[in-house]
Structures are given as structure tokens and as C-alpha cells.
Design a protein around this ligand. Sequence first.
Ligand SMILES: [Fe+2]
Length: 291
Amino acid sequence: MAQARIGLISRGCSCEGRNRQWLKRLAADEERDKIDNGLGRVCLRILIISDIHANVEGLQAVLEAAKGEYTQVVCCGDLVGYGPEPNEVADWVRKNAHVVVRGNHDKVAAGIDSANQFNDIAKQAAYWTIEQLSEENKKYLFDLPKGPLEVTSRYGILHGSPLDEDEYISTSWEATEVFAKLTRPVTFFGHTHMQGGFFRSGDGPVQAIPNPVGDMETRKIVDEKEGVLYYINPGSVGQPRDSDNRAAFVIYDTTGFIEYARVPYDIETTMAKMRKAALPDFLIKRLKVGR
Ligand SMILES: [Fe+2]
């Protein structure tokens, strides 16, 4: 791979070209969606995942729990960083995901952004990740499109916010600005590692959907209503931070519902792999508490 791929490059210089390629691929989806919508909404069931962060056990648990329930996988970024198996996760996403946008950790791992923006712990994990990643996977991460991406007439995806792919949207107040920029009834995002999101009916206030799946539950369905915009976070597969240590995902049924889900995974194995890789202790311990 060319040295330019590894070194730091100026932001945004090649995003347009990259996104053009992905948009071309999505044009076929859009056309099919329009045709199907002429006959009533097409029933697509999509597994929406985000913030896998090189956690194979989390990813395996999600795939097992969602088995037989989806026909496409869509990923809102941060495939790598923090976790112990960046190549395994990047390989899987590369082969299996239908649409992916890049996350901030993907950009650092690919050399698009510098790790200097991270705190010391995240920086240490980022340098370790860069050392581990194959050239093929670095190139894959480098070429990932910048969000937002409009996938069909029903939904779009991004990592942080439509205004800034690296922006954290955690509160209704922060989300208010976002809703003016949404171009589809449903938009999926990640970055905060907190399952939930926001909705707004007409010109009403932005309302939060906090911790949709309770501790004793595994699923929660939100019906999609006409005239309501949804900004939905599927939660993190590999490093949840909403006080629930279970891996998080969403199944989006395009006939009109969003199903939040949580599944326990083999945290001890992931922690053991991280210890073996000498990744920072704080990152190992936080998996157990889900914070
Ligand atoms: Fe993340």
C-alpha cells in the first residue's frame, strides 16, 4: 500500500470521490425502494450495528441473537479501536456489510486523522490498533465513506451528526439542531455508545428515547409513525457506555418498526484477549460495567 495511505492526510481531500462510489452503489437500492413503494412499502429487515470496536465476542453474540431476522447489515462506524481483534472485525464487516460509514477511530486507524486528538488511553489503543491492522484493512478503512449517507428513501446512516461526523449527540437539546438536517424519516447514528436516540413529531419538541431495553428485557419495539422523524442509535456492539454491558443492536423493519435489542456476550474472553495484548486496564474493566 502506498505510504500516503498510512501517513496523515488533510481532512476531506478525497471524501467526495469515495462517497460518489458508494452513492452509485446505493442508487440501485433507491430505485428498487421507489418501485417497491409504488406497491406499498418493501419489507426489508436490516441489522443496524455500530461501534463494534474490534470486539469479536460482542459481534458474534449479536449475529447469533439476530440470526434469521435480517437480510442486510448496515454499520454506523467505529469498526476498530479499543478492542483486541481489529483485523477480524474489519474482515467480517468488509465481507458482510451492505453499507458502512466511517467512525472517528476508523479515521485514526487509517491515517486520515491523528491520534493526538484522543486522550492518553484511547491514543495508546489507537497506536496498538495501527500496528495490528493489515494493509488491506487499513485501505478498507481509508476508503469508507463519510456520513451522512442516504441509503434509501426511508433511511440514512451517519456516525456522529449530519453537521459533523465526529460530533456527540447525547441530549435532546443537542439533537434539536440535528433534526433540521435530517432528510429521511429514519436516520441511524452511533458514536456515543448509548442505545436509544430521539424523535420529533411535526414541529413539536425533540424527545429522547433513553435506555429503551430495560435490564430484564432483551427487546423493545418502537413503531414508526408517519409525520415523525427518528434519529436512532442502535448502541454499541463492542463497548456499551449506557450502564448495560450487553452488546446492543437494532433490527429495522422498513414496513414500519424499529426493534432495539440487547444480548449478553462472553466479556471474560474479550477481557482476557485485551490483557494478553497489554491494552490499557481502564478499557478492559469498562467492558464489565458497561460505562
Ligand atoms: Fe465509538
